[in-house]
Ligand binder design. Structure first.
Ligand code: SF4
Length: 285
């Protein structure tokens, strides 16, 4: 899929790879978010002690029929999470609507919820209602087994300082792994060093390792790779091409970590409006 976004051009490949062209000597001026992290519910029964979102069995669902979601455009990637997004009663119809708008939906769930709903999840991934599946392992190692048919479209989510390094090492031998920064606290230096050594010594031998921006910062990933690799792989600061929506609060933010300035969804008529206000707020800081 190809689309223009302000002065940038974006090619989105079917395997999830994104290529972005920005004219030489110009700063990127995107007019719409390339990807949105969206929290659709605060309901979850897993009670993880490290839950940054404080999701719980009494958590509320957001409104997946909110009119602003109809203004999402083809090619926009949605990272749908919660809480437990599978518990949201409007999820299925939402995924169906978004698929017909060519919005690219990715879903993140906990491995316990994957195991409980394996057949259903495998089907919605196979039938492309969900393009990419994130499975969070948290602090447990339940010997994750993912069906071969969807394996290439799964990324296992781990958290620095929460997921044992031995589990990160083991899982990354078989599956693509995303390392997320620790939003609760700065991880222990011994853990940071252990992961940095693993990246340096084994990074070429694993399926694939990805990092969110907080993980890049906490692990100082920049110091581990050469300039060209960094330039070609780093996808930009939070809020540059991306944003976060808390659908329970009906508010948009720079990211799930940076919530200093919230943009109310009800005071904006389109996603472009919300994104523009978020970008303006970053530029003012
Ligand atoms: S599974 Fe995720 S949303 Fe649920 S309690 Fe654990 S960390 Fe929170």
């Amino acid at each position: 899929m190809f689309y223009k976004n302000g002065n940038t051009a974006v090619i989105l490949c079917s395997d999830g790879t994104k290529i972005r062209y920005i004219p030489d000597d110009e700063l990127p001026q995107p007019v719409r978010p390339e990807s949105i992290d969206i929290k659709i519910t605060n309901y979850c029964r897993n009670n993880c002690w490290f839950c940054y979102e404080h999701s719980n069995p009494n958590g509320q669902h957001g409104n997946l029929n909110h009119p602003i979601l109809e203004t999402l455009e083809a090619g926009t990637e949605l990272a749908i999470g919660g809480g437990n997004p599978l518990a949201h009663p409007q999820l299925e119809s939402f995924l169906s609507r978004m698929r017909s708008k060519k919005v690219v939906c990715n879903l993140t769930i906990h491995q316990k919820d994957y195991v409980k709903n394996k057949q259903y999840i495998d089907e919605i991934v196979l039938h492309r209602f969900v393009n990419g599946l994130g499975i969070s392992v948290g602090d447990i190692d339940d010997n994750l087994q993912i069906h071969d048919d969807i394996r290439k479209r799964v990324v296992v989510h781990t958290i620095i300082g929460i997921t044992p390094v031995s589990v990160i090492q083991k899982i990354s031998q078989r599956y693509k792994v995303l390392l997320l920064g620790n939003k609760n606290q700065q991880p222990d230096i011994a853990i940071i060093n252990e992961i940095r050594n693993y990246i340096t010594n084994c990074g070429d031998m694993v399926e694939a390792l990805y990092f969110d921006n907080l993980a890049c910062e906490q692990l100082d990933v920049r110091s581990l790779i050469d300039d060209n690799t960094w330039k070609s792989r780093y996808m930009g600061d939070d809020g540059m091409f991306t944003m976060f929506i808390d659908l329970i609060q009906e508010c948009g933010y720079v990211s799930s970590v940076d919530k200093d300035i919230g943009v109310s969804l009800s005071e904006s008529s389109t996603i472009r409006d919300v994104f523009s206000k978020i970008r303006q707020s970053i530029n003012r800081v």
